[in-house]
Design a binder for this molecule. Structure first.
Ligand code: 0WD
Length: 257
């Protein structure tokens, strides 16, 4: 019996089998959780249905986190299938590609900044708002999002995404404080760089991977399986005392100069 047996989790952010959300789904499925999945739009629907099938799930819901109507419709539909929810996984981030290179001062636009903050930071709060009623009365419910070191360090080319991740990490602390009295925990994993669709949009990403693996105490990059295992732990009763935490799964890189 896995340590997530009896838990129901909704996972947002699977775009491919390289996605961090895919690694999280794998670990949670292995540990016995029942899973539901969301997809951003029709383009991704078929792909996400295939992944859901792989994890024994037939709950696949549209959820464009840039739209409150889409989020509300998604959780209304989930409420018809499940009478409660234990785990929310938010593994979503986006900024227009042109914003992720060169000078942050010259290249960041008002519109690009709005989009990055809306999709990468505010959307976690928006999903939490919709998930909250379904978590009422559950044991140790948990919300989890994904961040990156660029939230706290000026990493070349990460630019406006760094600003959005700083906002996201701040949201984690405020949300944990707000939802804690209801027993809901809110945490974040700050993952080391991993080759995914979203990451390949960052200029010089390959160099970033090399720099991390060269300097991290473990002298290698981390995998979606390792992030998945940490996510499964943080979402489980084993982590019942942990909230408002930014947990680094980065081979120790953030601790070395
Ligand atoms: O190195 C990395 N890959 C790291 C990623 C290091 C540390 C953190 N992260 C974060 C990302 O910033 C993001 O928050 O992890 C999260 C997941 O990212 P990922 O697994 O690297 O990326 P990917 O496989 O591309 O999944 C992100 C997905 C989108 O994929 P595409 O490639 O189609 O943009 O986020 C989803 C979408 O499926 N997404 C949305 N979902 C709903 N509504 C939206 C939206 N508006 N926009 C993007």
């Amino acid at each position: 019996m896995g340590f997530l047996t009896g838990k129901r989790a909704i996972i947002a952010g699977i775009a491919s089998n390289k996605s961090i959300a895919y690694g999280i789904a794998q670990a949670m499925h292995r540990e016995g959780a029942e899973l539901a999945f969301t997809y951003q739009n029709e383009r991704l629907k078929g792909r996400v249905e295939k992944f859901a099938n792989e994890f024994g799930s037939d709950i696949v819901l549209e959820c464009d986190v840039g739209s409150d109507e889409s989020i509300d419709a998604c959780f209304a539909e989930l409420g018809k299938k499940w009478d409660g929810l234990d785990i929310l996984i938010h593994s979503i981030g986006f900024a227009p590609k042109e914003e992720l290179e060169g000078s942050i001062v010259d290249n960041t636009t008002r519109e690009g900044s709005k989009i990055a903050h809306d999709i990468s930071a505010y959307s976690f709060l928006a999903m939490a708002k919709a998930a909250r009623p379904l978590m009422k009365g559950r044991e140790n419910p948990s919300m989890l999002t994904l961040s990156y070191l660029g939230a706290v360090s000026a990493i070349p080319n990460y630019n406006v995404m760094g600003m959005a991740k700083a906002s996201l990490e701040s949201a984690v602390r405020f949300m944990a404080s707000d939802l804690g009295p209801e027993g809901i925990r809110v945490n974040c994993i700050s993952a080391g760089p991993i080759r995914t669709l979203a990451a390949m949009g960052i200029k010089g990403f390959r160099k970033m991977l090399e720099q991390f693996s060269g300097a991290a105490p473990l002298r290698r990059n981390v995998t979606i399986e390792e992030v998945g295992n940490a996510a499964a732990f943080l979402s489980s009763d084993l982590a019942s005392g942990i909230t408002a935490e930014i947990m680094y799964v980065d081979g120790g890189y953030s601790t070395v100069g």
